[in-house]
Write a protein that binds this ligand. Structure first.
Ligand code: BTN
Length: 285
């Protein structure tokens, strides 16, 4: 963790209270000048930190909430966004809505899930502090090509991670996103098939991201492989931004980078473009 991240962590732990520059320096084994630089940089990022003589620094109580409206502020597409406090699974909820005619593009987000679903019948640990969302699509493609919906979601998450946290991430066989060999995101795409045509009635792509370390740690069975995008708790504004980035990127890729045959076009850092078939997709960022 950088000094800046550690300073933020201490201020968040003491939200609303003052922490002196000296005690921050002692705690983090750095100079008061280094603390001051970290504070300056955090303020540049938008954190409201006040300095009071003889008392120190205090992070002002976060007033922004995580709501559909705060997310929409950063959204650049027309999607319907619904935010729920808690649901068993956003995928299940959206599949029910799809059955009763919900329109393509609708996004369901939950602050936590009580029965988050992973692939192969596994569960997906979904406490407060993660990002859990599902997107409804009604694509005119055959079922076998629907793998590219998952790929588009994985690429969207990687791009959002890079933009918002500046970290490099990688996609491991389409469904998982890793940072430093730890899984930070899982994707589950479920579809309803039309057996007559071999097409899809609809697809629901569910994306779960571990944003920061959960309060009561990860369960034992995933502790050694699970990681987080951020090193410490983030505020609701950043959470809204990250969520919107995932949604914006997804629709951008879904519209532009997937061709009529549902193949994914990727652009490399040198500007070269290549269209990939499913067996070739293994993208490193
Ligand atoms: C996996 O890692 O096996 C896939 C995990 C997918 C989790 C997401 S969270 C949002 C959506 N709702 C669910 O119940 N699952 C997906």
């Amino acid at each position: 963790m950088t000094i800046k991240q550690q300073v933020l962590k201490v201020l968040l732990e003491n939200k609303g209270k003052s922490v002196s520059g000296e005690s921050l320096g002692n705690k983090l084994f750095c100079s008061r000048n280094a603390v001051w630089k970290a504070i300056k940089s955090l303020r540049n990022d938008g954190y409201k930190i006040i300095a009071t003589t003889n008392k120190g620094y205090s992070l002002i109580e976060e007033t922004a909430e995580f709501t559909a409206e705060t997310i929409k502020k950063y959204i650049n597409c027309e999607s319907e966004i619904i935010l729920l406090d808690e649901i068993d699974s956003t995928n299940n909820f959206l599949k029910q809505k799809a059955e009763s005619g919900e329109k393509s593009g609708t996004v369901i987000i939950a602050k936590r899930q009580t029965g988050g679903k992973g692939r192969l019948g596994r569960s997906f640990f979904s406490p407060q502090g993660g990002m859990y969302l599902s997107i409804l699509l009604r694509p005119q493609i055959s079922a076998e090509k629907s793998l590219f919906i998952t790929t588009a979601a994985a690429v969207a998450v990687c791009r959002a991670i890079e933009k918002v946290s500046n970290k490099k991430s990688g996609i491991k066989w389409v469904n998982d996103v890793f940072i430093d060999n730890k899984k930070v995101c899982g994707i589950l795409t479920e579809a309803s098939l039309d057996f007559e045509t071999g097409g899809l009635y609809y697809a629901v792509v569910g994306i779960g991201v571990n944003l920061y370390y959960p309060k009561n740690s990860f369960p034992n069975d995933i502790k050694s492989i699970a990681g987080t995008v951020f090193d410490s708790e983030i505020d609701n504004d950043l959470k809204s931004k990250f969520t919107a980035e995932v949604i914006n990127n997804f629709f951008e890729i879904y519209a532009i980078d997937i061709d009529d045959n549902a193949r994914l076009t990727v652009e490399y850092e040198n500007g070269e473009k290549e269209t990939l078939f499913s067996g070739e997709v293994s993208i490193k960022f």
